[in-house]
Design a protein around this ligand. Structure first.
Ligand SMILES: Nc1ncnc2c1ncn2[C@@H]1O[C@H](COP(=O)(O)OP(=O)(O)OP(=O)(O)O)[C@@H](O)[C@H]1O
Ligand SMILES: O=P(O)(O)OC[C@H]1O[C@H](OP(=O)(O)OP(=O)(O)O)[C@H](O)[C@@H]1O
Length: 201
């Protein structure tokens, strides 16, 4: 039996489609209220996206589908095996159009994000001090109401920024979903996991 932690929400359907199209799952499953789904030798655990690395690192799941954004933020002690090419987006700093100049000329920025660690390391390398506001969603609201001047968040189409009168100022990195693996499972279930990776890649 191989257990895979799959993120609920935005990445769920793409993850299921991906696993189904590679013959790992015998059918497509809808996201409902169930938290586990067993299909043949695969046991799916449906968890919050930020919790995927927690389940995998602790061995509660052998494998996980994890956004690179989450991996980068959490830095779990797991193997990162394969870029699945889903959930593709970038991690960027954004703000009001008129704040652009301030962003590039200040040594002190007030920034809202749920990616606290990414923001800290990005700005400390640059020698810029940041006052970080920790938000877990709807981050684009922060510059509009003056809670922060800037945000660091995911951008894909740019629609959310546009609809809120914000602009992308600087790309910090790219993200897509990766298959991550528990270190002990990689040793103990090596043949199963290698076969699975062959089918996925
Ligand atoms: N606009 C986007 N385009 C592409 N991928 C995205 C986008 N937004 C998020 N993702 C990817 O999907 C993952 C899950 O995003 P989602 O919005 O479902 O989670 P969340 O906001 O962390 O969770 P929750 O809403 O349950 O607190 C992200 O970690 C990222 O890897
Ligand atoms: O560039 P776009 O295509 O508009 O995508 C970007 C948006 O997608 C994500 O939000 P999500 O919908 O996951 O909601 P959230 O605010 O709860 O994180 C992200 O946080 C941005 O707000």
């Amino acid at each position: 039996m191989i257990s895979i932690a799959v993120p609920k929400g935005r990445l769920f359907e793409e993850s299921i489609d991906y696993l189904y199209s590679r013959g790992i799952l015998p059918e497509k499953f809808e996201e409902g209220r169930r938290l586990t789904i067993t299909a043949g030798e695969i046991n799916l655990l449906l968890v919050k996206p930020f919790d995927v690395p927690v389940y995998v690192e602790n061995g509660a799941a052998d494998l996980g589908v994890c956004g690179y954004d989450v991996y980068w933020e959490r830095k779990p002690d797991v193997y990162r095996l394969l870029d699945l090419g889903i959930g593709v987006c970038r991690i960027s700093v954004a703000g009001k159009p008129e704040s652009k100049e301030k962003y590039f000329n200040s040594f002190y920025l007030k920034l809202a994000t749920k990616y606290q660690n990414i923001a800290k390391s990005f700005f400390s390398k640059r020698g810029v001090k940041v006052d970080l506001i920790n938000l877990s969603g709807s981050v684009e609201l922060a510059p509009i109401i003056g809670l922060a001047d800037f945000i660091l968040d995911l951008v894909q189409t740019g629609r959310t920024l546009k609809e809120n009168g914000l602009v992308e100022i600087e790309e910090v990195g790219k993200s897509s979903a990766w298959l991550i693996c528990n270190r002990a499972s990689f040793r103990n279930k090596s043949s199963c996991i290698k076969e699975l990776i062959d089918r996925l890649s």
